[in-house]
Design a protein around this ligand. Structure first.
Ligand SMILES: [Zn+2]
Length: 675
């Protein structure tokens, strides 16, 4: 019996044959793929010929394709359908994977050969790859002595296990804390939302109605639930997630990361991480956050006053749980923005096909068409083919869309890949976009909130980065770029959601087919600054907590106590130092459910969304000045999207924009310019 994970797929674009893959295939495929990769590396190091670019660097870039294939399928599917079985496999294979790569980076013969292999003088991408590989080997411990290497491996394996455990604990805590309500308590929610809460209750074998928790502190239904006690329960469940099971693990992770940074010659984990980012130093990242904090806090205070008054007028109290509700009420009152009414202009398929895909066609000359003959990995997953209109309709790659929430799906929204682009490997990309949109129980089209509309555009921006990648080496493909760069294309793409010429086409009323009226669009624009004080504060709060944990020296980290009180005090202190200690604004994530930094590879990197937003706000000003969108899109595609990590980011930005980034457009957009 052949294992479908161990041979290249024969489906178009090497789409994995999902229907043939079962959970039994992962372990043997993983064992076999690890052994194959070891053999490939051994044949590079045992080569009697002198090291050359082809026999060493390119051979290394070609190696591990089986392992990549197994891990791409497993990595994606273990996030979209988290079952006990998949979690057991993850707990087993991630530490082994981490040990495997440690051994590769610590392989002295390989390291020596790499140093001696030089690219052709006119191969700029190769030159950059060579620098990148040598730096990566050094950062992974290639220069350490034997004891140092052994300790590093130990730390990495433990961190990998801790990360996996954090995610698993959070998933369990999130599932357990999904909040049960009676129908009366759901006052304020529309009938179809109540119906899906009934379905969720049944899936969990519970009586009544259940609202599952989303990843951030603020839950989207907080803006609609009319009852104060219902909001309080939902918020309380959200803000306490992970406090029962994630504290020892997160403290240990912080300690081990600090120790590792020191071992590798950095003062702190944040310094170690940010050295590879476009921000370059932890101080540069921290300065940006601290510079924005006072204006954000002041704006939030102004918002709070308005909302608390409105709550009082309605005879209700005002706590952290009530902020989103009264914000939506004040929005409706002051900006005539009725969020329920607004949703009717944004049915999912319409947003996707007439909005997201149409924008990409206009900008980049690509078309996205359904390939219903190809199967996704779960019910509701659709496969699309992306083709290049300008190059004799050449196939670019595949896009999978997995938009609906499932009880087994990890929270949040993300883009990932099943196959990464590479000219060396003759591979075209297969990309997936995942979200957790609530599917109406009656099977009708979900009507999206403005936030969800932006997220669909955002994730497709990442997808474009993967799909339009045109590099030789797989290491540099698509979104394999620093975190404070990777959000730049996705956030640029978000801007098209409200572009006037486009939105009139795709935002049509679900019952009447009428395009969204100008007054409503004006109201959205006017309202866009309102609420930015809160949004910026909760985001900055999370970023500052992230940097605070990861700016500890190994000695300071070793003093940390693993208790809920100590963690809460550490967070409070970090927020106080930045002037973000408003008790009514919790950070977007608290440490015990901060999946990004303790399970998601974003440690010391949560700041990067704002860093990239400065690029996006400034970059989008440029798009607004261009008379021909297709020409503008082509430039963005050529200079930014197609390049992955194959060229210097600051130089690429300069070529695209005509100058370095300016932070003023970001301040203006967030209403912080005059504050
Ligand atoms: Zn993103």
């Amino acid at each position: 019996m052949t294992n479908p994970l161990l041979t290249p797929s024969t489906l178009p674009y090497q789409l994995p044959p999902f229907t043939d893959i079962t959970v039994e295939h992962y372990r043997p495929a993983f064992d076999e793929a690890l052994a194959l990769h070891d053999a490939e590396i051994a044949s590079i190091t045992a080569n009697p010929a002198d090291p050359t670019w082809e026999n060493t660097v390119e051979a290394l870039e070609r190696s591990g394709q089986d392992l990549d294939r197994v891990m791409a399928v497993f990595g994606n599917l273990s996030g979209t359908d988290v079952t006990d079985e998949m979690e057991d496999i993850a707990a087993d294979i991630y530490p082994r994977l981490s040990a495997h790569y440690d051994a590769m980076y610590q392989n002295e013969v390989l390291y020596t050969r790499l140093k001696e292999a030089t690219p052709l003088a006119d191969d700029a991408e190769g030159q950059r790859l060579h620098d990148h590989l040598l730096r990566t080997f050094k950062r992974k411990g290639a220069d350490l002595d034997a004891a140092g290497k052994a300790r590093l491996s130990e730390i990495n394996q433990r961190l990998s296990a801790l990360s996996e455990e954090f995610g698993r604990n959070l998933m369990a805590s999130t599932r357990e804390r999904a909040v049960s309500f009676t129908e009366e308590e759901l006052e304020g929610l529309p009938a179809e939302r109540i119906a899906s809460a009934k379905v969720d209750a049944e899936a969990l074998n519970r009586e009544g109605f259940v609202i599952p928790l989303e990843l951030p502190t603020v839950q989207s239904e907080l803006s609609r639930l009319a009852r104060e006690d219902a909001r309080g329960r939902l918020y309380g469940a959200s803000a306490s997630r992970g406090s029962e099971n994630n504290i020892p693990g997160l403290i240990e992770a912080v300690q081990l990361r600090a120790e590792r940074a020191e071992l590798l010659g950095y003062a702190t984990h944040a310094d170690y991480v940010i050295a590879e980012e476009t921000a370059a130093t932890a101080d540069a990242a921290r300065s940006m956050l601290f510079d924005l904090a006072p204006a954000a806090a002041a704006n939030a205070e102004g918002e709070q006053k308005l909302l608390a008054e409105e709550a009082e007028l309605n005879g209700q109290g005002f706590s952290a749980a009530d902020w989103p509700y009264w914000e939506s009420k004040v929005r409706a009152r002051d900006f005539s923005l009725d969020e329920a009414e607004l949703r009717k202009y944004f049915p999912l398929d319409q947003v996707l096909e007439k909005g997201v895909f149409a924008a990409a066609e206009r900008l980049y000359g690509i078309t996205v068409t359904p390939r219903d003959d190809l199967e996704g990995y779960a019910e509701g997953v659709r496969v699309w083919e992306v083709r290049d209109g300008n190059h004799e309709s050449k196939g670019i790659g595949l896009l999978l869309t997995d938009y609906f929430g499932r009880p087994t799906k990890r929270g949040g929204a993300w883009m990932s890949e099943f196959v990464g682009q590479s000219r060396l490997l003759k591979r075209k990309p297969v990309i997936v976009n995942v979200m957790g949109i609530t599917k109406p129980a009656d099977g009708s089209q979900p009507l999206l909130s403005m936030d969800e509309v932006r997220t669909v555009f955002h994730e497709f921006g990442h997808a474009l980065h993967g799909l339009l990648s045109d590099v030789r080496y797989p290491t540099f493909a698509g979104t394999n770029v620093p975190r404070d760069w990777v959000e730049f294309p996705s956030q640029i793409n978000e801007n098209w959601a409200l572009d006037r010429s486009l939105v009139k086409e795709y935002a049509r009323h679900v019952e009447t087919g009428e395009p969204i009226p100008d007054e409503l669009l004006d109201a959205i624009t006017a309202a866009s600054e309102f609420g930015q004080g809160f949004a910026t504060s909760e985001y900055l709060g999370a970023s500052i907590i992230d940097l605070a944990w990861h700016s500890l020296s190994a000695a300071d980290a070793s003093e940390l106590e693993a208790t809920p009180e100590a963690v809460a005090e550490f967070e409070a202190e970090a927020l106080r130092a930045a002037g973000l200690d408003n008790p009514l604004i919790a950070p977007r994530y608290r440490s015990t459910y901060f999946n990004h930094i303790f399970a998601g590879g974003y440690s010391a990197g949560y700041y990067s969304y704002l860093w990239a937003e400065a690029l996006d706000a400034d970059g989008f000003e440029w798009f607004k000045d261009q008379s021909d969108l297709r020409t503008a899109g082509e430039k963005f595609r050529e200079v930014i999207l197609s390049k992955g990590a194959s060229r210097d980011f600051t130089e690429a930005y300069r070529e695209f924009r005509g100058r370095d980034k300016d932070v003023a457009p970001l301040l203006k957009r967030r209403g912080l310019a005059g504050a």
